[in-house]
Design a protein around this ligand. Sequence first.
Ligand code: C2E
Ligand code: MG
Ligand code: MG
Length: 514
Amino acid sequence: MISENSGEDPRLRQLVDGIVRLAAGDLSTRMTPSENRDDIDAVIAGVNLLAEELEHIYSDLEQRVADRTAMLRRTQAELEQMAKTDALTGLANRILLNERIQEALQNSTASGKAPAVLVLDLDSFKAINDTLGHGAGDAVLVEVATRLLSAVRATDTVARLGGDEFAVVITESTQNEILQIAHRASEKLQDSLRIGSETVWAMASIGVCISAPGDSAESLMRDADIAMYQAKGQGRNNVQLFHPDMLLAVQERSRITAELRNAVSGGELALQYQPVVELASGRVTGLEALLRWHHPARGLIMPDSFIRIAEESGLILELGRWVLHEGVAQLRRWNETAPNLTDFCLHINLSAAELFRSDLLADIRETLDRNHVAPQRLVLEITETVLMSRGTTEEQVLGGLRDLGVGLQIDDFGTGYSSISYLRSLPADTVKVDQSLIQDIGSDPQQQKFVAAILQLISAAGLKAIVEGIETAEQAEQLQAMGCLYGQGYYYGRPQPPEQVLDRLESLAQRRYS
Ligand code: C2E
Ligand code: MG
Ligand code: MG
């Protein structure tokens, strides 16, 4: 019980002050009970206990809030990390790469050193994906990531841009150091890798751009990309350092692309025909249609200057369609003007992309029908590299072409990576041995043996061989002595406009039929 004169009891004042402090949040407040051990002391003890309890609850709460906050921070960091890394390889992605390039540019001092960017594109990744499946493709990408990380320094960042494209940001370094890193990356990718029981290669074309004052992350990436395309153009599997001239080449390419677009409709394209002959008799067994572009301002442009551009821009489908229609129509015109000359085939070159043209089979069938040309008189030349890396779509199209009855020929044989076992499974009936292989057979006995072996190999695979690029009588004799039956080259005739070809065919026919 509180005594009558409690108003004067100083403990009550202390009690009220204590409660006010507690209510204001000072949970460490405690009051000291007196010796009286009376009711007021009991209330004081009770309030102290309550304060104790509150303090516990409060610090527990504080701890829990701190824990949750830390967890939230971690999750946020993880999310940020996820948004900036590539899920498959764990490398930086495009976003992080961009940040790192910007950081590198900001931190660069004018010390004769500069940050740089490498852009890498694998050279034959599509083939790996197509032949071994996407699981194998993923395993290759992960291994490439590991090798790239082992080629750079801790301060550099390796990123995957998507697909089979990677990039590296190199922090401030000398040109020498930068090129060393690029070549080290290239070397690390030279070694084969094992995927299950298969051995594959994942070599890359690498473009390097060293920043110059005023460069942005964007311009660095663009120029490294241009250099990478240059590396592809130089035969892949190499390193190219960006040079402003390359930008001019890109602009020139896009101008050619624009002009090529009008070339078909503007009637600027033409075909020339080069004979394929039976070496022993000189009889023409085929005519290869070779595309020419008569540019109104620049004159005659050869296919090596525009076929690749057409392939890159997709224009090749339109060009290919034109070549097929024009070539087969020409065959019909020859049939009509010289009905006794029907024992030769028309050879047409097909680019890889054309095998993906959805209407290819139908177009070939209709074009042949329309011109009353038998499918057996058409031979499609497809390069070795295309046939090597064929996937299911190509396989189906090639099967369809065979069913149609047209001939299939491997072009430029010996320039790709055909293995012996591969030759047997190729869906073709003739093989055209590339001209580079016979260039030196006159002077190099070793090369002679090599070509002889290749010819034997082709024949052992049940295929017919044609050798292209025969320029001299000596080469022709040597090849004949090796058992080669068919050939093509300037020695037998250069590519010519259709009228001139017919004269040659007719004079041959007259000789044979008279
Ligand atoms: P290709 O199919 O391997 O054609 C052979 C090339 O070698 C032709 O060059 C031909 O003129 C040339 N040639 C023939 N005999 C000799 C010789 O004795 N010595 C030398 N040094 N060269 C010889 P061209 O006409 O410049 O064609 C180059 C390439 O362009 C062709 O190589 C082919 O891959 C491509 N091409 C040509 N026309 C077409 C086409 O209509 N479509 C596609 N997709 N590609 C084509
Ligand atoms: Mg050809
Ligand atoms: Mg060829």
